[in-house]
Design a protein around this ligand. Sequence first.
Ligand code: ZN
Length: 313
Amino acid sequence: MNYIVLDLEWNQCPTGKEDELPGFPFEIIEIGAVKLDEDRNVIDEYSRTIRPQVYRRLHYKTKELLHMNIKELAHSKPFTAVVADFFAWCGDDFRICTWGTTDLLEIQRNMKFYKYANPLPYPLLYYDVQKLFSLCYEDGRSRKALSTAIEMLEIPEERPFHRALDDAAYTAEVFRRLDMDKVGSYLSVDYFRPPVNKEDEISLRFPEYSKFVSRMFATKEQALADKAVITPGCYRCRSLVWRNVRWFASGSKTYLCLVRCPRHGLVKGKLRIKKANDGKLFVVRTMKLTDDAGAKKIKEKKAEIAAKKKTKK
Ligand SMILES: [Zn+2]
């Protein structure tokens, strides 16, 4: 399997957000990518600009960032032609790698806008190199700018930033340096197409946590009444667990719980209610190994929220 390290550049409405087309905030104007073999050797590069069809002038930020002019873009092919060419270049067996989560969102949003059939695999598992960088070199939660990562890893800065291929090449250089024995199992799930049916619901297991992505529901109440959503299992063996702390709301869109697996110990659960593109809701549930200190934190959080509720009344 090859790796496709992808980076996009996009334009936005030149006269401001209030004039933008609903559901189409960003129009992709450049695709850059680097292809790596399974040993992460660079084997090919891809770079195409795209003719804008919706926002025909460049937003000042786009101009500043990309040093590109509209005339250059006007000679390019339109989005659907370029994206077809790009996926043909990707081949049949590939794993997408990106810096952060937005490039996959925008390429799919543009495909949907132009009614181009989404050729990406489902469920779409990918490597978020920004996250993997954090797991390898920081605390796993921080998210650094690509330029900062390049500096930290002392990668020679021989090309400019902010053109798609250059950023893809830098992302590939970071990706090549990651300890994949340590972080290779941490695939990210893309949420642009949440599960529609029960059979499509996604269950993934990682070294220290598990992730479940539910199908879409019309309301939060319906989601939280679903057995598969609210029944927590051990992150590792999925076996039945003792509930120490039942689900409680820790925010308007998050719920926490604490369980104990007889074999694997304390496990904390988190439900996040997420919005799909069409306004429906789906739930991402993670179950993560924790310890006595982690358990104490959850109990304190619950007590704190209960106390707040009391004073409000
Ligand atoms: Zn277990």
